[in-house]
Ligand binder design. Structure first.
Ligand code: F0G
Length: 456
């Protein structure tokens, strides 16, 4: 088989800036050893996130010029609405400025004290918005999903038996909605199978509960289904995506991922009454329902992006380029979460730095070393992001300690990735010198964004 190449050519370029290891050492200490504080100009290759870091296409940029900036009833809104209706089959399409705005709106309406919201794994902002409402965000990932060394095709699946017992124990009246996140970002960008979506839908039907999908990376999930699930090999990704949405009563999307835009999102709902309430909150907090906190040109770019993302040459390249990164790291002996996910490679910090216990943030120590070694920015997804404390102040670690290297869409070429592989392999060779860390300052919610750390 021939090399799977980038299915595009580059029309516009942006320089990236080189720094020395000595300078980076200084910059890290000025950033309190938290890469969220680094200036992006001091980052050579930025794998902090695949969110809003997409390169837009020529057609998206021309859509930006074509955007109709009317406050109410903009033509760009109607195009956006038509594209999402065609894709999702959902009735009410409500634009938001990004994913968490959709989360804020929906959980302020259906959340609240005493409520429990199950998901395969809640993303951190989803969890935060649920918890801020007073409700409990419950992760019901299948058992394999928390075993980074085990290869399985659909490690994002929900544990359906656990869902049933949760509903039985909690009482269906206390579960406003069941969720599934496609792909499962916090669990390694792993896909959910159509069979699992169908089984979760069946449980929802049995208990008369709505199913909402977090569809940030629905196209990558659909492509995995095409590649891995029997019966889908000859369907188009669009048909697969439409089937996924056919099981949903609602969807939340941060279009900064598979919407191929730099900002934007939406909330899509079938329920008329809930949609009415959501639009009322939207008007108070985001904007009029035909723009939802965005410039109308952004709606135009999102509509175009949501069509482009279904291009199977793009998705073949996208999944292969991430897999290539993972394969080469495995060849160098570096422990990663297997198999490679759709949007990112995750280093398994527990096996990478086994001498650092979870309460001393092995992942964050690796994040710092990778930046220092090669100017590459990555992010810890482990005890810093998800760790909690019990009543005595003891650390409660999440199941996995990971370092995420998210790949922006259509931005970096294979030689950028080859460089990353060299840098990480080198850090791995020197892993014994990695040191544990401690937190010197943390905020009440989402502490990883603003925490200040130092080495022990
Ligand atoms: N849901 C999932 C699964 C996400 O990955 C994100 C964002 C959101 C919701 C929230 O969307 O950022 O537009 O408000 N994930 C980004 C990331 C931040 O880096 O994975 P948002």
């Amino acid at each position: 088989m021939r090399t799977i190449i980038e299915p595009f050519k580059i029309k516009s370029v942006e320089p990236i800036r080189f720094t020395t290891p000595e300078r980076r050492k200084q910059l890290l200490s000025e950033a309190y050893y938290n890469p969220f504080f680094l200036h992006a100009d001091d980052v050579l290759i930025d794998l902090l996130t695949d969110s809003g870091t997409t390169a837009m296409s020529a057609l998206q940029w021309s859509g930006i010029m074509n955007g109709d900036e009317a406050y109410a009833g903009s033509r760009s809104f109607f195009r956006f609405e038509a594209v999402i209706r065609d894709l999702t089959g959902l009735k009410h399409i409500i634009p938001t400025h990004q994913g968490r705005a959709a989360e804020k709106i929906i959980f302020s309406l259906v959340g609240g004290k005493g409520k429990v919201i199950p998901n395969n794994t809640h993303f951190d902002t989803t969890r935060a918005n649920i918890e801020v409402s007073g409700a409990v965000a419950l992760d019901l990932l299948n058992e394999l999903g928390n075993k980074p060394e085990v290869r399985a095709p659909f490690k994002g699946n929900m544990d359906v038996d656990a869902l049933v017992s949760t509903i039985e124990q909690t009482g269906r009246e206390n579960i406003p909605v069941v969720m599934l996140t496609l792909t499962n970002n916090s669990g390694g960008g792993q896909p959910v199978s159509m069979q699992n979506i169908r089984e979760v839908r069946d449980v929802c039907n049995r208990y008369n509960l709505p199913l909402f999908l977090d569809v940030c990376r629905f196209a990558e999930n659909a492509m995995f289904i095409k590649q891995r699930e029997q019966g889908y090999e000859n369907k188009t990704v669009k048909e697969i995506a439409q089937e996924i949405f056919s099981y949903a009563d609602g969807a939340l999307m941060s279009a900064k991922k598979d919407g191929l835009v730099n900002t934007g999102g939406f909330l899509a709902l079938n329920n008329d009454e809930l949609a009415e309430k959501a639009r009322t909150v939207l008007i108070v907090t985001e904007g009029f329902p035909t723009y939802g906190g965005l410039a109308r040109r952004d709606l135009e770019a999102m509509a175009q992006g949501l069509e482009e993302v279904l291009d199977e040459d793009y998705l073949t390249y996208r999944l292969r380029s991430v897999e290539y990164f993972g394969e080469k790291l495995l060849e160098a002996g570096v422990p990663i979460l297997e198999p490679p996910g759709g949007h990112a490679i995750y280093l398994d910090a527990k096996r990478f730095a086994p001498h650092i216990p979870p309460e001393h943030f092995p992942g964050q120590s690796i994040v710092c070393a990778i930046y220092q070694e090669g100017g590459i920015r990555t992010v810890e997804i482990g005890s810093l992001m998800f760790g909690k404390r019990d009543a005595e102040g003891n650390h409660i670690a999440p199941p996995m300690e990971l370092v995420r290297m998210a790949i922006p869409r259509r931005v970096y070429t294979q030689s950028h990735i080859d460089y990353c592989i060299e840098v990480i392999a080198n850090v791995y060779k020197q892993r014994k010198s990695l040191r544990g860390m401690k937190i010197d300052y943390e905020a009440e919610y989402l502490r990883h964004f603003t925490a200040r750390l130092s080495f022990l």
